[in-house]
Design a binder for this molecule. Structure first.
Ligand SMILES: [Zn+2]
Length: 132
């Protein structure tokens, strides 16, 4: 038994060789699954409980699949998309994004509550005012 356990770490290391492992996205999926399960305990309608239960199971299965996956470039691509999504959310908290009325160029302006600002489009030079 002792011999089996001492070799277990090595066997596990060997098994994980060339596999993706875990990352921030896996952790987020696991936490979301646990939150779904906790919320599920307090839900009353059965159909809602089963939907949340299925969602939680799908997240867990996806996280396990990603951990043991050998397709590392695909997993990294998913992580990049996940990070880009969260960076966009962070940007929306601190900045407004407007479109230039003349050329439709997106312009990022820092948030200041209740202040009127004149924005000059860096692409076409058109100026317009917005209350941010
Ligand atoms: Zn413009």
């Amino acid at each position: 038994m002792r011999r089996f356990l001492s070799g277990l770490g090595y066997k596990m290391m060997n098994f994980m060789q060339g596999r993706y492992g875990t990352d921030k996205l896996n952790l987020a999926m696991l936490i979301t699954a646990v939150v779904f399960d906790i919320v599920n305990m307090f839900l009353q309608p059965l159909w809602l409980r089963s939907i949340l239960g299925i969602l939680s199971s799908v997240l867990l299965i996806l996280a396990i699949y990603r951990t043991f996956s050998r397709n590392i470039p695909a997993r990294q691509k998913e992580l990049t998309a996940f990070n880009a999504f969260f960076n966009r959310l962070k940007t929306l908290r601190t900045h407004h994004i407007y479109r230039c009325p003349a050329c439709r160029q997106k312009i990022r302006v820092p948030r200041k509550h209740g202040v009127k600002v004149e924005i000059r489009c860096p692409k076409c030079g058109q100026t317009f005012t917005k209350k941010i």
